[in-house]
Design a protein around this ligand. Structure first.
Ligand SMILES: Nc1nc2c(ncn2[C@@H]2O[C@H](COP(=O)(O)OP(=O)(O)O)[C@@H](O)[C@H]2O)c(=O)[nH]1
Ligand code: SF4
Ligand SMILES: [Mg+2]
Length: 420
């Protein structure tokens, strides 16, 4: 899990005076004791580095620094090391507490600005006092929006996480990998592409050609077949493929024709991972189990260009879900850039593959649902779930499978999806 090279981890530096709660904040974010917390000022001397997986950003490295207000000869050294940490910081957290924002912090903000490091001000110890107007005004003057937290109580940590994702540089959010991490160089992926009346004339659709390009870029092979020819194509292979990927429409047939020891998933699940948050979508799919006939759900399409949107979003998903829950659901369709004003009205939101959105936009929709306490999943996940092949389709993604299985345990779900 922490095997990513340091260079590709987003480096997040935590700065501020001594005792404002920098180490406590890191501990709250990572939910474990990483840094020593102490009422003695100057407990953190050398910067403490903590690598972790922070979804949806992937691998990050937190750098917990000593206070910038340290005193004495040793203190000066510590301040110097703290300032050196700036050179490897790609995103800065500036922690403020009772003392508010003074000249020390202004010096830091100038240093961040000079290096073009995005900064997130965090007003900690909210359990003790409200942030002062002076501090809020000074931040506003620099167009900085603070997050108010209490590291001690764990209040506001969700908002902090969300703000970090918002500020993270694009390259950390948009991974170019679609499936090449699942198919090693020299190995083969079989891509199942139905060619029916809904397929565009004379070409493949974007997710299919992007998947092929990703394999070629990583020295892997692609074999592209229609669902009817899959079994024969598999029979001809001397070595098993590393992965079979299908269009969700052919899920059932492909699941039946692919040997159980060959990992299988769908294009839409691959793109749910690339464009959204696979873990959140996996947990969201579980909500399908608690749906009852007549419940309101939203089916959201990010644009009006979906070539097969009519059919999938309007007909097939409602039908398959209705069959799964034992009666028709009340389905509200939405299209375009305006996302739900109030997701709370719904028991579940099912989102399209989002090929026209960037990951930031998809994540902001996921956050909106999270805030409203409404589960969200996507087309591919909902289809796999309602067809009873969810766990199989998630097998190539152990973290998502585990998140789902834990959610099942936690909620004591009525049904568990079969593995085959
Ligand atoms: N009341 C309160 N105390 C806090 C909070 N966060 C940290 N502290 C306390 O502030 C002191 C300094 O915390 P620490 O994390 O070591 O600060 P650092 O020097 O900035 O790393 C410790 O006694 C913490 O328990 C908070 O949100 N509320
Ligand atoms: S953004 Fe959504 S609705 Fe539009 S083409 Fe892509 S998957 Fe279909
Ligand atoms: Mg500390």
């Amino acid at each position: 899990m922490n095997a990513a090279p340091r260079g590709v981890r987003l480096h997040i530096g935590i700065f501020g005076r001594r005792n404002v709660g920098k180490s406590s904040l890191l501990n709250a974010l990572t939910r474990q004791q990483v840094s020593i917390v102490s009422p003695e000022p100057g407990t953190t001397t050398d910067p403490v580095e903590k690598p972790m997986e922070m979804l949806p950003l992937g691998p990050v490295l937190f750098i917990d620094t000593a206070g910038i207000d340290d005193v004495g000869a040793l203190g000066a050294q510590r301040v110097e090391r703290t300032m050196k940490a700036l050179d490897r910081t790609e995103l800065a957290i500036l922690v403020l507490a009772e003392e508010g924002l003074g000249s020390l912090e202004i010096g830091l903000l100038d240093a961040f600005e000079a290096r073009k490091i995005p900064v997130l001000p965090v007003l900690n110890k909210a359990d003790l006092a409200k942030p002062s107007d002076t501090t809020l005004d000074r931040l506003a003057a620099r167009a900085l929006k603070p997050v108010i937290v209490s590291a001690a109580r764990g209040d506001g940590i969700g908002e902090l996480h969300e703000a970090l994702v918002e500020l993270a540089p694009d390259e950390f959010l948009n991974s170019p990998t679609i499936l090449s991490d699942l198919v090693p160089p020299g190995e083969l992926a079989v891509l199942v592409v139905p060619v029916d009346k809904e397929a565009p004339k004379g070409r493949l659709i974007l997710p299919q050609s992007q998947a092929i390009r990703d394999l070629l870029d990583h020295d892997a092979y692609a074999l592209v077949v229609k669902e009817r020819e899959l079994r024969d194509a598999l029979d001809r292979l001397k070595r098993k493929p590393a992965l079979v990927v299908t269009d969700s429409q052919a899920f059932l047939k492909v699941a039946a024709d692919t040997p159980p020891d060959v990992p299988m998933t769908s294009f839409s699940i691959l793109f749910a991972r690339q464009k959204g948050d696979l873990l959140e979508f996996a947990r969201g799919a579980l909500a399908i189990d608690s749906l009852k006939p007549g419940d309101r759900i939203a089916v959201a399409e990010a644009c009006s260009h979906h070539p097969i949107g009519e059919d999938i979003g309007r007909v097939k998903i409602p039908r398959w879900l209705g069959q799964y829950v034992g009666g028709p659901l009340s389905v509200q369709q939405m299209q375009g850039r305006d996302f739900l004003d109030d997701p709370k009205e719904f028991k579940l939101v099912i989102h399209c593959g989002s090929c026209m959105l960037n990951r930031r936009e998809v994540l902001s929709r996921i956050f909106a649902c999270e805030k409203a306490g409404v589960p969200i999943t996507n087309y591919g996940m909902a289809i796999a779930y309602s067809l009873g092949i969810f766990e199989r389709a998630l097998q190539p993604f152990p973290a998502a499978l585990e998140a789902y299985q834990q959610a099942v345990k936690a909620r004591g779900a009525k049904r568990m999806q079969p593995m085959a």
